[in-house]
Ligand binder design. Structure first.
Ligand SMILES: [Zn+2]
Length: 274
């Protein structure tokens, strides 16, 4: 296959599926996203693994469904979730869930479709205040709003499509195959994840500010995270959320854009640290 035809085919695949999952908000996230997989498929599969995670935690007797830490998280989630409507219209219909697992793990996540997980380890070891919990939860919710999981699946699917196109013409060991792999690896997969992190930071900052949580929490939580990394081995959260210093710089630059939202928002009562 000529290089030219290959690129035309590759471009067709990309252009056929560009979308934007969210409105830009005050923080101005407006990157066009490449989506091949459907939201329904990704959300359904994600819910299966979320339920499995919860079932395993239940069997180990570490699934927390009541008590002060659970109530605290639930209260913050209930303030953050309505703010997601600033970014997209359908989140009121989402089946939002909150899971708290009692384990010394420095991690939190929000699976596609609004399935939040927190570990007691991140709250206790970093001694998080409510603003900081809101910052982390807002960041994780933002990944779900932007459908970053679906984007990653789409990228993997596109990689296969490109490989298949190349293989069909050049054979399995043709040079076009390695070209296709390289395209997918370097042009799609690698640069995007860093970008996704910045988007989640920006949208998370705005969600917290709109919910009345001090956006400074997003800065202090990263400072704590960096300190924790230097003190012990690398926390799980940092393996998926690298380069704290750059984040702190970017978040600091975004603070003025959410200042008026924070000032206008009704403030929550803050939980006293135990
Ligand atoms: Zn993230």
């Amino acid at each position: 296959m000529s290089i030219r035809i290959f690129w035309i085919l590759a471009a067709t695949v990309f252009l056929s599926a560009c979308a934007n999952t969210t409105r830009p908000g005050a923080v101005g996230v407006n990157r066009s996203q490449f989506m091949m997989a459907s939201s329904e498929d990704v959300n359904r599969l994600s819910a299966v693994s979320y339920n499995e995670q919860n079932q395993k935690a239940k069997e180990k007797n570490i699934l927390v469904t009541s008590g002060p830490t659970y109530d605290r998280l639930k209260f913050i989630a209930n303030r953050l979730i309505p703010q997601t409507e600033a970014f997209r219209d359908d989140t009121r219909q989402w089946d939002w869930r909150l899971t708290l697992i009692d384990a010394p793990i420095l991690n939190a996540s929000c699976a596609p479709g609004g399935k939040i997980t927190f570990y007691t380890g991140i709250i206790e070891q970093l001694n998080l205040n409510d603003d900081e919990i809101a910052a982390i939860m807002g960041h994780e919710i933002a990944h779900a709003l932007r459908e970053h999981g679906r984007e990653r699946v789409s990228q993997a699917a596109a990689q296969n499509v490109l490989v298949n196109i190349a293989m069909a013409v050049a054979g399995p060991y043709g040079s076009a195959v390695s070209a296709a792999n390289q395209v997918a690896q370097y042009a799609i997969v690698l640069p995007n994840s860093r970008e996704n992190e910045s988007e989640a930071d920006a949208i998370g900052l705005e969600l917290a500010a709109r919910a009345g949580y001090n956006p400074i929490g997003a800065i202090t939580v990263w400072q704590k995270m960096l300190k924790a990394t230097k003190a012990n081995s690398s926390p799980e959260f940092l393996s998926t959320h690298p380069s704290g210093e750059i984040r702190i710089e970017q978040l600091t630059a975004l603070l003025p854009s959410v200042e008026s939202l924070y000032k206008a928002a009704p403030k929550p009562p803050h939980t006293k640290k135990l």
